[in-house]
Design a protein around this ligand. Structure first.
Ligand code: CLF
Ligand code: SF4
Length: 298
C-alpha cells in the first residue's frame, strides 16, 4: 500500500485493523428519516446498514451533535473519527447531516469525518462530500441483481415516488453503482458493507465483491444479518435466520483473495462512542454531555 493511502487510513479504526486497537470513533445520531425499506430494518430502531439493529439511539440536533463531538474529543484523546450512520439514512436527512459535519469541521478541523449510506442519494452529494473533506464513505450494497434486491427491499422512495419490487431495487442498484463510481473519481475512500442473508444473497455476495472491487471500493465488510423476532423486522418475523460464524467466515475467505476484507466490524450503535467493541454511549448520554463543557484543543 502506498504511503499516502496508508496515512489516510492510519487513524481510522474501521478502515485499518491495526488502528482499531488505538483509535476511537464516535457516532452522532442526527438522521432519523429513511428513503428505502430494508427487510432487516425496523424503523423504530437504528439503521441496520451500519449500526446494530434493535437499539434505539438518542437523536440529536446538529448543534447538540457538534457539542458532543467537542466534549468527547476533549475527554477521549484517541477519538479520531466522527461518523454519521443513522438512525435512518444520513443522505435522506442532508440538511441535518451536512450541518453537523460543517459545525464539526469548523471547530475541530483535525477530526476525520465519516459517512455511511444506503447510496440512493449519494450521486447528488458527491461535491458536498468532497468540499467538506469527508474522506471515508460507506455504501451498503447487498446485491447487484435487482431480482435479488426485490427480496431485500420492498420499496424505494425516489423523486417523490414510491417504487416497489424489482423496479425499486433497480433504481437503488443503479444509484449505488453511480455513487461508487463518483467516489472513485473524486478520490474519496469507499468501504462497502453487505449484510449476509442466508438463502437470499449469501452466494450472490461473491459477485457483489467482484463488482465493487472493479469499481474501486477500498474495503469490503460483510456483516451477518441480525434477525431476532423481537426486533420486529420483516426478516425477524418471517423466521429468516442469520448466518453462522462459520458460514460468514467461509464467505469472507472466498472473497479475500480478491480484495481487503474487514473482519473486525462490531456493528456499532448509531450513537456509539469509544474504541470498536467498547460502548461508552451511556457515559455520554444526552442529559450528561449537554452539561459538560467542551475542552477540545485544536
Ligand atoms: Fe462509524 Fe462506520 Fe465510519 Fe466506522 S463504524 S460510520 S466506518 S466510523 Fe466500523 Fe462500526 Fe462496523 Fe461501521 S465497526 S458498524 S464498519
Ligand atoms: Fe432501515 Fe437503514 Fe435500510 Fe433505511 S437504509 S430501511 S434505516 S436499514
Amino acid at each position: 500500500m502506498d504511503e499516502k493511502l496508508q496515512e489516510r487510513i492510519a487513524k481510522h479504526p474501521c478502515y485499518s485493523e491495526d488502528a482499531h486497537h488505538h483509535y476511537a470513533r464516535m457516532h452522532v445520531a442526527v438522521a432519523p428519516a429513511c428513503n428505502i425499506q430494508c427487510n432487516y430494518c425496523n424503523r423504530k430502531y437504528d439503521c441496520a446498514n451500519e449500526s446494530r439493529p434493535g437499539v434505539v439511539s438518542e437523536l440529536l440536533t446538529p448543534e447538540e451533535a457538534a457539542h458532543k463531538a467537542l466534549v468527547i474529543g476533549g475527554k477521549i484523546p484517541q477519538m479520531t473519527v466522527v461518523g454519521i450512520a443513522g438512525p435512518g439514512d444520513p443522505l435522506a436527512n442532508p440538511d441535518k447531516t451536512f450541518r453537523t459535519f460543517e459545525l464539526i469541521a469548523e471547530q475541530a478541523p483535525d477530526i476525520k469525518l465519516c459517512l455511511s449510506t444506503n447510496g440512493l442519494m449519494l450521486p447528488d452529494y458527491i461535491d458536498r462530500i468532497k468540499q467538506l473533506n469527508i474522506d471515508h464513505v460507506t455504501i451498503t450494497i447487498n446485491m447487484v441483481d435487482p431480482e435479488i434486491g426485490a427480496k431485500i427491499y420492498p420499496w424505494v422512495h425516489y423523486k417523490r415516488r414510491r417504487y416497489r419490487g424489482i423496479e425499486g431495487a433497480r433504481i437503488l442498484h443503479e444509484r449505488q453503482m453511480e455513487g461508487l463510481q463518483a467516489l472513485k473519481e473524486a478520490d474519496i475512500l469507499c468501504k462497502v458493507n453487505s449484510v449476509m442473508i442466508p438463502g437470499i444473497n449469501d452466494h450472490h455476495l461473491v459477485e457483489v465483491n467482484r463488482v465493487i472491487r472493479e469499481k474501486g471500493a477500498f474495503l469490503h465488510n460483510i456483516m451477518p444479518l441480525i434477525s431476532a423476532p423481537e426486533h420486529g423486522t420483516h426478516f425477524g418475523l418471517t423466521g429468516q435466520r442469520g448466518p453462522t460464524p462459520k458460514e460468514l467466515k467461509e464467505l469472507q475467505d472466498n472473497c479475500s483473495g480478491n480484495m481487503k476484507m474487514m473482519r473486525h466490524c462490531r456493528q456499532c450503535r448509531a450513537d456509539a462512542v469509544g474504541l470498536l467493541g467498547e460502548d461508552r454511549s451511556q457515559e455520554f448520554s444526552k442529559d450528561k454531555f449537554l452539561e459538560m463543557t467542551p475542552e477540545y484543543d485544536v
